[in-house]
Design a protein around this ligand. Structure first.
Ligand SMILES: Cc1cc2nc3c(=O)[nH]c(=O)nc-3n(C[C@H](O)[C@H](O)[C@H](O)COP(=O)(O)OP(=O)(O)OC[C@H]3O[C@@H](n4cnc5c(N)ncnc54)[C@H](O)[C@@H]3O)c2cc1C
Length: 406
């Protein structure tokens, strides 16, 4: 019998398995497919050392009105999805109020600022250095006014948190990224980020490391989890403790045990392009809220957030706009996939992941809700969870699930 079962082999689950293994526990990692094939595959691959403040809901009327009118490509929504999201959006809106957002940012910054250090030993031990660059990434603005606002915001983060930035004018950006056809007003170079050329492959490399260190990986449907005396059972697997790290699917399993988890699933899309121009470093074109990330498969064009009903078919309107805008700045070449990839960012309305013991079940542990930064934070919150499970004490009480579940 394994001591711990970890459900979900995305960045969060694989990191959990490694951290518990390092703490001396016998671990079985369970997924219904190979490690790193879902959200942890499809992201922008940035280990975001600069993302010290979580992504709040805009609260000013101009920004909200632009979202309502569909003028902001960062956010899109299906009208028929709003009734089912009202409660979670209201919580998100309240948590994004300046004082509460500042408070959440204190916790968040503490996690983010250690993230690259927590990835570093795993990257080295997994032999994954070839997937990683440590040169940061850029956010670029096409016109002067938004650029000035972005510089002011970046300088605020530099002053408040010590985030390392360089401000580049249009000429400096053109020199750094010679494939750009359009002259931008300028860019912020965020130096604290590391970038990965194949996020799914990094998770798979971490999973191989877990296996090489004696861990077991099993294929099963986590929805079949059952309580079994004082422990837990899933098919042939039994364990005293079980960690739910199913990313956006976590609330579905936990509903079976009576937990009502308010999780906002923010959809995102990507598609790759190959055979044309590419970039040296990932870049966000802020005029259209699109990240362009050079990847092993080609240049990955990614979108912001879409709110849709669970199970609603893909509606990649933001991606279509992003691709049109990307063609204005680069000769993209040919699209690699006919159908774009779609996934869901698992976002807690208070922007802080749930990391710790389930309020009403012994041996049940939550580890999900990493929102926009789960690829970054997996190893960090995994180390904190392993410490909690070993010591019986939550190292960061603000992550405790008891506060945010019904
Ligand atoms: C467009 C986009 C861009 C992003 N860019 C970044 C970025 O640059 N940097 C960053 O830090 N984050 C980024 N993110 C967020 C990040 O990708 C997620 O926060 C992170 O991948 C979540 O990891 P996870 O392990 O919790 O979930 P997942 O990676 O989704 O893993 C969950 C696992 O659970 C498994 N599972 C689900 N149901 C079952 C079941 N019934 N039985 C068995 N297994 C099951 C799945 O197969 C999957 O392997 C981005 C997200 C999107 C959508």
């Amino acid at each position: 019998m394994s001591e711990v079962m970890v459900l979900g082999a995305g960045m969060v689950g694989v990191s959990t398995a490694l951290a518990l293994q390092a703490a001396g526990r016998a671990v079985v990692l369970v997924d219904r497919q190979d490690p790193g094939r879902e959200t942890s595959y499809g992201n922008a691959g940035i280990i975001q050392g600069e993302a010290v403040e979580p992504y709040g809901l805009p609260r000013d009327l101009v920004s909200l009105w632009r979202i309502v009118l569909g003028q902001d490509n960062a956010v899109s929504y299906h009208l028929n999805a709003l009734p089912s999201h009202l409660e979670v959006l209201w919580r998100y809106f309240r948590a994004s109020a300046p004082a509460r957002h500042r408070h959440a940012s204190q916790t968040y910054a503490g996690l983010i600022q250690r993230a690259t250090n927590d990835h570093a030993p795993l990257i080295a031990a997994a032999g994954a250095d070839k997937l990683i660059r440590r040169d940061g990434f850029r956010t670029a603005a096409r016109s002067e006014r938004p650029f000035a606002a972005q510089v002011a915001e970046a300088e605020r983060l530099e002053r408040s948190y010590g985030v390392r930035i360089s401000v580049m004018d249009g000429d400096a950006l053109a020199a750094a990224e010679p494939a750009l056809k359009l002259r931008f007003a300028g860019a912020i170079h965020w130096h604290d980020g590391w970038t990965c050329s194949d996020p799914g492959a990094l998770v798979a490399a971490y999973a191989d490391l877990f296996r090489a260190r004696g861990g077991k990986i099993a294929s099963a449907d986590a929805m079949l989890l059952q309580q079994d005396g004082a422990g837990w059972k899933l098919g042939p697997h039994q364990a005293a403790d079980v960690v739910v790290a199913l990313g956006p699917w976590s609330p579905m399993l936990l509903a079976r045990f009576g937990y009502r988890i308010p999780l906002l699933r923010k959809r995102g899309y990507h598609r790759h392009f190959r055979g044309g121009a590419t970039l040296d470093l990932p870049m966000m074109d802020t005029s259209i809220a699109t990240v362009l990330a050079p990847m092993a498969t080609g240049l990955r064009v990614l979108t912001g957030a879409e709110l849709a009903r669970p199970g609603a078919p893909p509606t990649p309107r933001q991606l279509a706009r992003a691709e049109t805008a990307a063609r204005e700045i680069l000769d993209l070449g040919d699209q690699v996939e006919l159908q774009p990839w779609m996934g869901n960012r698992p976002c807690m309305p208070d922007m802080i992941p749930l990391v710790g013991q389930a309020p009403r079940h012994r041996g049940l542990w939550f580890h999900f809700g990493h929102g926009h930064q789960g690829f970054t934070l997996g190893p960090t919150t995994a180390a904190l969870l392993a410490e909690h499970m070993s010591s019986g004490r939550a190292p960061i009480p603000a992550l405790d699930p008891a506060r945010r579940t019904g």
